[in-house]
Design a protein around this ligand. Structure first.
Ligand SMILES: [Zn+2]
Length: 409
């Protein structure tokens, strides 16, 4: 065994990758053994290869909900197909002109209902994530500071938000939403959140408009509760999922896959289990080739029991923070292909909306609705019950978002 430990220490990168993909249980046992025997830490990071170059607002000091959010109970839709998780409390007050479009969450719900992509019957609503749930991945000290408004001015600057009770409430609903979506997905297959994807949140601090790491908390909880053995996080937001990568660096039960624009925030990248760095200016076809080159093998080899898909729309050509050149059709192709690839294999899938930055709130909300349209097409399209493009062709969405899917008609 000592000989084995020596070999592992000399070839950690290759062995780690092979073991994690081929036999997660053995990997876990070996990792624990090596740590005990020699203090050696098998970092997943060492295995990584870079592959390619209705809005009513209150001031911040006023609590957003008149009722006590902690006494709420979740509302669970009875609709068996494609549950949509949303809470009006995903929003909180931000000063006018803030780069983060806080109103996009309820706008997105309005677009989805208006265009008939979803019906109210499909909607479920979460409750606040609890402190005990959050400290699966965050430190207790950070959560207490964040809940009680004791984060420093510097810490708040890094997040892009000034602390408020409303902000805490909003983040707790959003993370609660991703947890609820995961629980529903394990029974019903495919579930879409209208928020989530706060992947820059680290165990001890927030960053880049992310305060609580919703996917990490939900993934960790599903494993901890014995619902699944392995979770895959497919993060296609244009920015690297650095917080998520760090959180699971030494956890063999969660595989982190991030496809992102290399020359973009965050400046200091963390190491996911698989990082795919995409060049600035990459367009639809090249982007599709890149994700199709990488995602299937991870699904096949890691064999997750649950997938989280961060469908950030900031790779869009008109996004203020993206630098990629994906079109509306490109995002739809991406989302449809990813969800179909997961669902086809019988793996439950949760989608979260991730990042998106556009001064035009209507365009942004419609852009975020692409993943829900793709999910609906995956779920119903093949039966001929529903074709997302026919709804758009009928004129309802086209009034709002002229170019969407125009070339795929
Ligand atoms: Zn982003």
């Amino acid at each position: 065994m000592q000989f084995l430990t020596l070999i592992i220490s000399n070839h950690t990168a290759i062995i780690h990758r092979i073991m994690k993909l081929s036999c997660p249980l053995t990997f876990s046992i070996l990792s624990a053994y090596c740590r005990r025997r020699s203090g050696l830490l098998l970092h997943k990071s060492e295995s990584v290869k870079q592959i390619h170059g209705g809005q009513k607002y209150t001031p911040a000091s006023v609590v957003f909900h008149t009722s006590n959010p902690d006494k709420e109970t979740p509302h669970i839709s009875n609709a068996p197909d494609l549950p949509i998780v949303h809470h009006d409390g995903y929003e909180s007050y931000l000063p006018p002109g803030h780069r983060f479009q806080m109103r996009k969450f309820n706008k997105l719900r309005d677009v989805l209902l208006h265009d008939g992509v979803i019906s109210k019957k499909q909607m479920s609503s979460p409750v606040h994530v609890t402190k005990d749930e959050l400290i699966r991945v965050h430190t207790e000290e950070y959560i207490e500071k964040f809940f009680e408004g004791k984060t420093s001015a510097k810490e708040q600057r890094v997040t892009g938000f000034t602390w408020s009770e409303g902000l805490v409430s909003r983040c707790r609903y959003e993370t609660g939403g991703t947890i609820l979506a995961a629980e529903l997905a394990l029974g019903r297959g495919l579930v879409c959140n209208t928020g989530g994807g706060t992947h820059h949140a680290f165990p001890e601090h927030g960053a880049g408009f992310c305060l609580l790491n919703d996917m990490a908390v939900a993934a960790s909880l599903m494993v901890h509760r014995g619902k699944v053995d392995r979770v895959l996080i497919i993060d296609l937001d244009v920015h690297q999922g650095d917080g998520t990568a760090l959180i699971f660096q030494e956890d063999p039960s969660v595989f982190t896959l991030s496809v992102h624009c290399g020359k973009n925030y965050p400046l200091k990248k963390q190491q996911s289990d698989l990082d795919v760095s995409v060049d600035r200016g990459t367009g639809d076809d090249d982007y599709m080739r890149i994700i199709q080159d990488h995602i299937p093998s991870v699904l096949t080899n890691f064999r997750p029991g649950l997938v989280f898909f961060d469908a950030g729309v900031d790779p869009h050509k008109d996004d203020a923070l993206g630098y990629l050149e994906l079109t509306d059709q490109g995002l739809f192709r991406r989302d449809y292909w990813v969800i179909n690839e997961v669902i086809q294999r019988g793996i439950p899938c949760v989608t979260v909306i991730g990042g998106g930055y556009d001064k035009d709130i209507d365009r942004l909300a419609a852009r975020h609705s692409i993943v829900h349209r793709a999910a609906k097409k995956v779920r119903f399209g093949k039966k001929g019950d529903y074709d997302v493009t026919s709804v758009l062709d009928s004129g309802t969405a086209i009034d709002l978002y002229q170019n969407i899917f125009s070339s795929s008609k």
